[in-house]
Design a protein around this ligand. Structure first.
Ligand SMILES: Nc1ncnc2c1ncn2[C@@H]1O[C@H](COP(=O)(O)OP(=O)(O)OP(=O)(O)O)[C@@H](O)[C@H]1O
Ligand SMILES: [Mg+2]
Length: 412
């Protein structure tokens, strides 16, 4: 079966487009065959603003991944991104229909539909409905209600809505690059997919995907998504702060951030505080020295401000997060961000690397938090194809098993 399936994750970000190609390994992991990355053009805060430029970036990343893997692709699972997503927890209640009161998929569908019957503004759509739990005759915490007996079925669902133009323009840009979209997955979910363990989800945790211009937040509790949000800020804020504060160009500010940036002054040794780096202010002909302490003084308050804003939102959900905060995206590579987040969230904090129990193969280039989304998308791609192959028949038993697998995947 393995060679019938080619799993492809395509992460179209504001700063980079990344593509991961893989196949199922015999032990159920995703065997990464190749990956490719290209600078991204034509997006603003995760949303397509110039389709041809985006298509060109996609072509470059895909060509590179195809070259490394030796596999040609024509379809991909893609991230859905943007700052306008809104997630709400909803409840739908229905009476179980059958005379024997055995819950069927139809009952579950009706309960989910009832939970997601939202008044939508024109041009908005529901992009995902994430089941949290089912309650049968008052018994809560049920994950697979089909086949259970009861009279009253309640579905708790996290419903995510967004303007539909974002998804439509994304699909158009991808088709310009001669690819079909296998499925679209919310970016924060894809970041969680590749980096969390089942325990993280079950005990409760927060995933922060800090990209260039947007930051995705997902709060997990009791194995399901309790809250999701996207914030219109990311690591580019540090770059623009440095450019303004030091009077340097954006590319130079970006390089300073990458090479020397730090957002936790307590990590700097006394010697390091005094060390200086040479910078070239715009319009000057002579460089000047900048101490690493001053660099940190510019970046740290911004990191604290952004993380405090997110922490307030997490607190408002009243979720318990004993598994802590997992940070993905390129912004998670900023020196000190994990340490500062640990203080602000008052929870254990770690960088989200690809979980070894889910991945194997050519992992060298992708074992980094900025590849979490592309790798998570490839995982989604693999699992949905495996379901299609195994349970593609028409028998009702298979259909139910397939549905249950789908539910389990959604809860994962
Ligand atoms: N080593 C590093 N130190 C500091 N910042 C870094 C480092 N590596 C990457 N970044 C920053 O991370 C950001 C890119 O992150 P990422 O690739 O996750 O974003 P993206 O997916 O392209 O954008 P978005 O998710 O906002 O659409 C850039 O602002 C980049 O400067
Ligand atoms: Mg991103």
């Amino acid at each position: 079966m393995s060679n019938e399936i080619t799993a492809v994750g395509l992460d179209i970000g504001t700063s980079k487009v990344r593509c991961v190609i893989g196949e199922p390994s015999p032990d159920g992991k995703l065997n990464i065959l190749g990956s490719g990355e290209a600078d991204s053009k034509g997006l603003r805060r995760g949303v397509v603003t110039a389709a041809e430029a985006v298509a060109e970036s996609i072509r470059k990343a895909v060509t590179e991944a195809e070259r490394v893997s030796g596999v040609e692709i024509d379809t991909a699972t893609v991230n859905l991104s943007g700052e306008h997503f809104r997630g709400e927890n909803k409840v739908g209640v229905v009476a179980v229909a059958g005379v024997d009161k055995e819950i069927t998929q139809d009952d579950v569908d009706r309960a989910t539909d009832s939970a997601s019957a939202l008044p939508l503004q024109p041009g908005w759509e529901i992009v995902d409905r994430l089941p949290q739990e089912y309650i049968v005759d008052g018994q809560d915490g049920i994950i697979e209600p089909i086949g259970m007996t009861g009279s009253r079925l309640e579905a708790r669902v996290h419903v995510v809505i967004s303007p539909s133009a974002g998804r439509q323009n994304l699909v158009k840009a991808i088709s310009r690059a001669d690819l079909d979209v296998e499925q679209t997955i919310l970016e924060p979910l894809a970041a969680a997919e590749s980096t969390l363990t089942d325990d993280d989800r079950e005990y409760g945790c927060v995933v922060l995907n800090i990209g260039a211009e947007i930051t995705g937040l997902t709060v997990f509790s009791r194995g399901a998504v309790k809250h999701m949000a996207v914030f219109p800020f990311g690591s580019t804020h540090f770059t623009t702060d440095l450019a303004a504060g030091l009077r340097v160009s954006i590319p130079q500010a970006n390089k300073i951030k990458h090479d020397y940036g730090c957002v936790a002054s307590f990590l700097l040794s006394d010697d390091e505080r005094m060390e200086t780096i040479e910078i070239m202010p715009v319009g000057r002909t002579e460089s000047r020295g900048l101490s690493k302490e001053l660099l940190c003084d510019i970046m740290q308050p911004r990191a604290v401000e952004l993380l405090q804003h997110i922490a307030r939102e997490v607190r408002s959900t009243e979720a318990r997060i004993p598994s802590g905060v997992i940070m993905t995206g390129g912004g998670a590579l900023t020196r000190g961000i994990c340490e500062i987040a640990e203080q602000i969230f008052d929870a254990p904090t770690r960088i989200g690397f690809l979980e070894n129990e889910y991945f194997t193969g050519l992992m060298d280039g992708v074992q980094s938090p900025d590849w979490a989304v592309a790798a998570g998308l490839a995982q989604y791609s693999m699992r949905s194809q495996i379901r299609g192959h195994k349970y593609g028949g028409t028998s009702p038993v298979r259909a139910v098993t397939d549905w249950m697998r789908g539910i389990r995947d959604k809860f994962r």
